[in-house]
Design a protein around this ligand. Sequence first.
Ligand code: KIV
Length: 263
Amino acid sequence: MNKKMTINSIQKCKGVRPLVMITAYDALFAKLFESSADMILVGDSLNMSFAGRKDTLSATMEQMIYHTKSVCNGAKNSFVICDMPFGTYTNKEDALKNSMRIFQETDADCVKIEGGQDRATTIKYLVDNGIAVCGHIGLLPQSVRSEGGYKVKGKTEEEKIELIKDAKAVEAAGAFCMVIEGVKAQVAKEVALSVSIPVIGIGAGVDVDGQVLVFSDMLGLFEEFTPKFVKKYLDGASLVREAVENYSTEVKNKKFPKVEHTY
Ligand code: KIV
């Protein structure tokens, strides 16, 4: 069994080897990912792939706590990150109350919150009160409605400067690492070089300190849409459909169960 990663061992990977992060929402998959991933993220993306909602904004504390408990049950040896849902960290007091609840009710190792310079005060308040924080800068899925879509960042010099300021603010506030999402690769590289904590990319090119993918995207299970940055390592949806179709046919033809499946 691999040794469980810690904040210290995660940070030591910067400049040494890329970090592997993947999402999981339940014990079954978390257990399967445990030996290959350094960190498991219980992302609020579960609201889309598991709950079938159009975006992440309606995810609730109850959902995040339920799924984080399940992941921690399945992957007892993994470093687990729990996403703070939209609207639960609009001020530092709410952020602390809600992140305390996550820490008290689950075995999550840290929380993740979206935002850069605008969230620095909140991140510092959480860290000062014993909550480890993973930042999230660049394309922020919780801003999809206010921005009118998922918009790639770092396309202009001004955006690059703001992203570097965001990363530095998140680091200075005490986050131990951060996710950078949907950012031009050259800019993401410069952002990663501008801070001393790991910067984990999703849709941010190869020159960052690690990668994260949503598991239902990379296993080809989520079919609503596939962002350009997703590589499908499995044609999961077709395999599952084929298996269930076989089962259905065998049940209808009385080919299942056979003697070996019968008491
Ligand atoms: O919710 C999620 O899965 C995430 C990833 C996109 C990083 O935040």
